[in-house]
Design a binder for this molecule. Sequence first.
Ligand code: HEC
Length: 291
Amino acid sequence: MRQAIPSWIRIPVIFLIIAGALEYFIDSGDSFAFIKYPVLQAVLLVVLLFLIAVEVIIGAIENVMFKALTPEAKERYMAAREERMRKYSLKRLFRKLAGTRPISEEGELELDHNYDGIKELDNKLPPWWLYSFYASIIFAAGYLLYYHVLDGNNQAMEFEQEMAAAQEAVEEYKKNAPDLVSAENVELLTDPAELEKGAALYQTNCMACHAADGGGGIGPNLTDEYWILGGGIKNVFHTVSEGGRAGKGMIAWKSSLKPTEIQQVASYVVSLQGTTPAAPKEAEGDIWKPE
Ligand code: HEC
């Protein structure tokens, strides 16, 4: 068998099998294992050198042993070697798989009709084709059973599952990733649950200066239509996030609140428009109208 496959095929094939096995068994995520763990490159190099060394050594031993043989033994060895080569050669394997017979045997295949000199051969179906066909029948039976009888995951279900997993990943990402809301893209929240969160944030952080009902105190009245720094969700978001004019006491809340929280509290502030606070502070700034 060894002689049938030349070493320049044998070494790369064995090497690729080993490398493939490493790749398969070592969990390296999306990248190749030998890229993620550079030490594997050294390991693979050693494996390659080892394979070459084994080839060289076996070749040398054979050579030495061959030289030690008597002339007759040498001849017998060569003949046996020839025979083995013939038996296991790739050509032979190929012919077996293709099921072809050499042209010299064609006479045995000929069908005995003869139409104006046109003869027909009765070649068998090539075994590679035949066995692939049988294999496909077996596969089809398994497939049918799995997908149509036992309710295996079909494409639609796989799609749903992947979408659900992706959805989860997005939620997870949103939880940890820096918030993506900014003064440019912020939108007014009207969902009562969100406004409630905004109200809670307001009570903890803003009440001291703007009064519990937004009537104002140290900070301006947030319920009237007069704004120093501009009304509307975008301006309010910007003011809360970046703070008021220097020295006035309204800090930049972006250092302590997340963008989504600022969005919530800003939406809450906007929702205070038009309410009547218990002790409204006198108006400051100008009437603000959305463009
Ligand atoms: C330490 C007191 C203080 C706290 C706490 C405070 N503010 Fe202010 N806020 C002010 C002052 C003072 C101003 C006026 C800033 C200016 O004149 O530039 C202001 C201005 C504002 C304005 C702009 C009003 C306008 O007329 O343009 C908004 C909106 C606002 N604050 C919202 C909030 C929110 C929301 C919180 C809680 C997260 C908060 N503030 C917490 C003192 C405070």
